[in-house]
Design a protein around this ligand. Structure first.
Ligand code: PAF
Length: 282
């Protein structure tokens, strides 16, 4: 595995691979790997001749007062993991090499970015789209792999790919969870033992919603209220950021769960902001 920090070097090497007839799978990450990242890499490894993993804590997707500085980092361990899972390149650029001081171009998908996480993170998805497009251009990836935990992110990226005719196929992988149901996230390290003990209740609440919907409850408001009641009882350390029932692709809020419906949430617990989601019908 080569570790590259210079965007031009990444571009040049990927150009050579394409010229030799190889296709490229990209796994964009912000590092501090857990089993969810490992699953993305294992899957990407099966999809293309070459695998590029990017590790970049992208400042553009953090708003003022968010955890950019505190975001957990362990590049040595991460590079050992990426190498062991067959990455050909680990791309670890410095912010200054990704963004010129007078960087002025942004990619936005405003309709899909305004709800859910976008309500409390108004610049987040424009930062994500911009860096992901840059990574697509630099790696010239044929395929890119994302996790379903970030449902809104993958919906927005799919829309960007469609609208801009980007020659990249997007693959998403199911959320990887701890044995007690907590979705794996690099941010779980922020949890105190008490918060960690309650955090699986996020998933328990969502599972109750799924049970209700599958038992025939169609009213989104009723389903949402039952999750809030569950959390009020079992998740007292959690502070709700949002809990919404939306269409899985358009992310438009739904009043009923008659068709496809996704329940998505963000809950703050101490220093952590945890997101999760569930499809209410199979
Ligand atoms: O999901 C993430 O880790 C990030 O948002 C991504 C896609 C690597 C862009 O910085």
């Amino acid at each position: 595995m080569q570790i590259l920090t210079n965007p031009q070097n990444l571009m040049e090497l990927c150009r050579q691979w394409h010229a030799a007839g190889d296709d490229i799978a990209l796994v964009p990450t912000m590092g501090y790997y857990h089993a969810g990242h490992e699953d993305l890499m294992r899957h990407a490894r099966t999809l293309a001749h070459r695998m590029v993993v990017s590790l970049f804590v992208n400042p553009a997707q953090f708003g003022p007062g968010e955890d950019l500085e505190a975001y957990p980092r362990d590049p040595e361990r991460d590079s050992a993991i990426a190498a062991s899972l067959g990455a050909d390149i680990l791309f670890m650029p410095e912010p200054g090499s990704m963004y010129a001081q007078d960087h002025a171009t942004w990619v936005e998908v405003p309709d899909l970015a305004k709800g859910l996480c976008g309500q409390s993170r108004p610049v987040h998805f424009r930062g994500v789209c911009t860096v992901v497009l840059k990574l697509f251009m630099l790696s010239q990836a044929n395929i890119a792999v994302f996790g379903q935990k970030d449902w809104q992110q993958q919906a927005i990226i799919r829309c960007m790919v469609r609208d801009l005719n980007l020659p990249v196929r997007i693959e998403t992988r199911p959320t990887v969870r701890e044995a007690d149901g907590l979705a794996l996230s690099s941010r779980n390290v922020y949890l105190t033992p008490e918060e960690r003990a309650q955090a699986p209740q996020i998933r328990q609440g969502l599972l109750r919603a799924q049970e209700l919907a599958q038992a025939g409850e169609h009213r989104a408001g009723v389903i949402r209220d039952s999750v809030l009641a569950w959390w009020a009882q079992h998740l007292p350390l959690g502070r709700l950021d949002y809990l919404s029932i939306v269409h899985p692709e358009t992310l438009a809020p739904l009043d009923t769960t008659d068709g496809s419906a996704l329940m998505a949430c963000a809950v703050r617990m101490g220093k952590a902001r945890l997101i999760d989601n569930i499809l209410l019908r199979p």
